[in-house]
Design a binder for this molecule. Structure first.
Ligand code: 13P
Ligand code: SF4
Length: 331
């Protein structure tokens, strides 16, 4: 069979799914790359784990697992593949490596950072531990392995309250997201000592923006991520992790919804929920958007951009992530 025909047969069914969110003219560029990457995955026994903020051509075209950061960590541990290509940001690839240290973990763009992860260092955590001796440190997975290594346990937005309350203390240090810390404080009696980090995507939403959209769309359901500022969360109907939002839409099928989060999230959820109307004011995560199909192909073909973590750090950081995974999801 001719190559073009083969590409068409393989990718047309994918395009039928995503045609509402990817213009046909763009698909002509994506289809051959999707075909090549999927073929290479089989040849190399590789798996693509993608975060919910990845573009629809990655999320629906090449991902074997597409999920929130908690599920990505869990799936990274379970996989039998020899190579994991992490379509997401650096801390997610590091977490995958921590969970499955014998696998080759590749990140298509090593510059894919995160404003939360870069807001704090291992040294900062040591300083906090000196200031608050015997207070346990709960660290959001959006941090470097260095920071995780200084922590008692990790959490994600899908289990933060469950993790904090599992410790049985009246105080915890929670790092590094100040807005998530404020949100958590409204949900638990445990006293939260926080840090000053913010997510550059979620901090830009305002309550005014939400109110204006609600006025124009009186029946709209507004879902927020816990990295949003408190007044934005207060203006919403539901707050949860990216997979929590996805599940909310799937289970409730609202007529109209707005996901107050990264732009690709609405596109990806819309594909699976064709009867729901999405109102889409959103902010792009410049880090997530560094990951593209040509970069995925290049990194898998040449097995480049491998994540390596010094053993002295990974041993300690792994413990903090494993403790979190053992606790699981809140709902
Ligand atoms: P989730 O853990 O909800 O997938 O969020 C990760 C993230 O980076 C949100 O900005
Ligand atoms: Fe980090 Fe925010 Fe991007 Fe998530 S959306 S990866 S928290 S900068």
């Amino acid at each position: 069979m001719e190559l073009n025909e083969q590409i068409k047969i393989e990718t047309d069914p994918i395009y039928q799914k995503v045609s509402k969110v990817i213009p046909q003219i763009e698909w002509a560029f994506h289809a051959p790359l999707i075909h090549k990457i999927n073929k290479l995955k089989k040849e190399k026994n590789a798996v693509v784990l993608a975060h919910n903020y990845q573009t629809p051509e990655i999320f629906h075209g090449i991902a074997d697992i597409a999920a929130d950061s908690l599920a990505l960590a869990i799936e990274a541990e379970k996989t039998n593949a020899d190579i994991i290509v992490l379509c997401g940001v650096h801390f997610m690839a590091e977490t995958a490596k921590l969970m499955n240290p014998n696998k080759k973990v590749l990140l298509p763009d090593m510059g894919a950072g995160c404003s939360l992860a870069s807001s704090i260092t291992g040294k900062d955590v040591r300083m906090l531990k000196e200031k608050y001796p015997s207070v346990p440190v709960v660290t959001y997975v959006n941090t470097s392995a260095d920071v995780k290594a200084e922590s008692d346990i990790c959490c994600t937005s899908a289990n933060v309250i469950k993790v904090i309350e599992s410790l049985g203390t009246d105080k915890v240090i929670f790092l590094p997201d100040q807005y998530m810390a404020k949100y958590v404080q409204t949900k638990t009696k445990v006293q939260i000592i926080s840090w000053i980090g913010t997510c550059i995507v979620h901090e830009r939403f305002s309550a005014q923006e939400i109110d204006d959209i609600k006025k124009q769309n009186p029946e709209i359901v507004v879902l927020t991520h816990p990295e949003c500022p408190p007044e934005v969360i207060a203006a919403s109907d539901f707050t949860g992790s990216t997979s929590g939002m996805n599940k909310y839409v799937k289970d409730n099928q609202p007529n109209k919804v707005m996901l107050v989060t990264e732009c690709s999230m609405s596109d990806n959820v819309q594909v699976e929920n064709p009867n729901v109307q999405f109102i889409k004011p959103c902010n792009l995560c410049p880090h997530m958007k560094t990951i593209t199909l040509p970069k995925v192909l290049d990194c898998l073909e040449n097995e480049k951009n491998e994540i390596l973590i010094p053993e002295i750090i990974s041993r300690k950081a792994r413990k903090a992530v494993e403790r979190m995974v053992a606790i699981g999801r809140s709902h």
